[in-house]
Structure formats: structure tokens, C-alpha cells
Ligand binder design. Structure first.
Ligand SMILES: [Zn+2]
Length: 81
């Protein structure tokens, strides 16, 4: 399943404030609020160069289920494990 990155528009909790990844089916509706705190969230386009291939990323996501992301700069994310 493809991995999407969401981030709170404003406010948010520890999970969504700095963005988080979630794996969703293409058929699933886009999330509009944080599953944890209900803050409004938007889907952000993932930076292409994260140092992982898409396959590697999907594999990691499957294994970890979820990981937090830290915003390094606009449009760029750094993983925090
Ligand atoms: Zn939240």
C-alpha cells in the first residue's frame, strides 16, 4: 500500500504536529483529521530523496507500522525512530 505523509494545518498533537506517515490503500479516502487528536490535517507530497528507495520505505513501514517524522525544512523530512 502506498505511504502518505500528513501534517497538521495548525496545532495538533505530538503525532501530527510535525507530520506523520500512514500507509493507506488507494481506495481509502484522504484523511482530513488526525486519528489521535482530531486536528485538521493535510496530505503533503513526500520529498523524493529520503535516502530510501520506495520499496525500502514500504518495507520499513510494514515492519514499524508507523513512524514519526520531523520537519527539517519545507517539504523535507527526517525520520525519528
Ligand atoms: Zn494529532
Amino acid at each position: 500500500m502506498p505511504l502518505y505523509v500528513y501534517e497538521a494545518k495548525e496545532g495538533g498533537c505530538g503525532r501530527c504536529r510535525d507530520g506523520f506517515e500512514i500507509s493507506q490503500s488507494i481506495k481509502d479516502a484522504k484523511l482530513s483529521e488526525c486519528p489521535d487528536c482530531g486536528a485538521p490535517i493535510i496530505r503533503v507530497i513526500q520529498a523524493p530523496a529520503l535516502g530510501h528507495s520506495k520499496t525500502d520505505l514500504n518495507y520499513r513501514a510494514k515492519r514499524a507500522g508507523f513512524h514519526a517524522l520531523k520537519r527539517v525544512q519545507k517539504g523535507e523530512y527526517e525520520k525519528i525512530y
